[in-house]
Ligand binder design. Structure first.
Ligand SMILES: [Zn+2]
Length: 223
C-alpha cells in the first residue's frame, strides 16, 4: 500500500499478481480494509485473470515455475526430467515429468496432459451422478470435451452425448457439476423454458449459485 496525493482510493493488480492500493494520506486503515472487502468480487476475478495470463505468458518462456488454475485452485507448475511423460496433480503443485529431450517443447505436452486430466476429472464427476441419472430415468450419456468459445457445455440428444468445455478444468468442481446437471436436464427438456428449470432444480438445487460463480468469476477462462 502506498499513501499518495490522490483523491480516491485506487486499486491495481500488477502483472505478478500483487494487489496495489494507493489511498489519500488521511484515509484510515480500517476504512481501506472495509473498502477492499467491498471490492472482493473484482479482486477475485482479476487475480484469476492475472494468474491465467501469467500461465499463457509463461508457456512461451523457458522452463520455470509458474501457476496454473486447476479446479479453482492456483497451483504452481514444476517441470522435471524423468524417463516417462507424466502429470501429477498435488495439493499445491502440478508436476510435469518429461524426458530430457522433450523439455524444450514442454507447453505442448502440458496442454496434452491437462486435456487428459480434464477428461478424466469430468468423467469421474459424471460417474458420481450415476444414481441420480437412474433415479430420474435418464440415459447414461457419453462424454466428450472440446474447447469452446461461448458455452460451457452442450447436449446432443440423438447420440446421448454431453460435451463439456475443456476450459472448465480451471473452474471449481461444483461449477462443473452444475454444468453437467444442466446438460442432463436437456436429456429430458430440449428447451430452456420453465419445465427445464424445474427439472434442473430437482437434479441440482444449488444451480443458480454455481451458475453465478461460473459466469461472474470464471467467464475469462473461455478466452
Ligand atoms: Zn442449456
Amino acid at each position: 500500500m502506498t499513501r499518495k496525493k490522490v483523491k480516491n482510493i485506487n486499486l491495481k493488480i500488477t502483472a505478478d499478481a500483487l494487489v496495489q492500493v494507493s489511498a489519500p494520506a488521511k484515509t484510515s486503515l480500517e476504512f481501506i480494509k472495509s473498502w477492499l472487502i467491498s471490492k472482493e468480487n473484482w479482486l477475485f476475478k482479476n487475480l484469476n485473470k492475472v494468474t491465467l495470463n501469467q500461465q499463457v505468458a509463461n508457456q512461451h518462456s523457458k522452463i520455470s515455475a509458474n501457476t496454473i488454475l486447476l479446479l479453482g485452485v492456483p497451483k504452481s507448475l514444476q517441470i522435471v526430467a524423468a524417463p516417462k511423460v507424466q502429470l501429477q496433480v498435488q495439493e499445491d503443485n502440478i508436476v510435469l515429468k518429461l524426458p530430457e529431450n522433450k523439455l524444450a517443447t514442454h507447453p505442448q505436452f502440458l496442454a496434452r496432459e491437462l486435456r487428459k486430466f480434464a477428461y478424466q476429472t469430468f468423467q469421474q464427476l459424471l460417474d458420481e451422478f450415476e444414481p441420480l441419472l437412474r433415479e430420474h430415468q435418464l440415459p447414461y450419456p457419453n462424454l466428450k470435451i472440446r474447447k469452446m468459445r461461448a458455452r460451457w457445455g452442450s447436449c446432443h440428444l440423438f447420440s446421448q452425448t454431453i460435451t463439456l468445455n475443456t476450459s472448465l478444468i480451471h473452474a471449481p468442481s461444483e461449477c462443473i457439476r452444475y454444468v453437467l446437471c444442466h446438460e442432463f436436464a436437456h436429456l429430458k427438456h430440449f428447451h430452456h423454458r420453465q419445465p427445464f428449470y424445474n427439472f434442473l432444480s430437482q437434479l441440482y438445487p444449488n444451480w443458480r449459485e454455481q451458475r453465478n460463480i461460473l459466469n461472474r468469476h470464471y467467464k475469462f477462462i473461455l478466452n
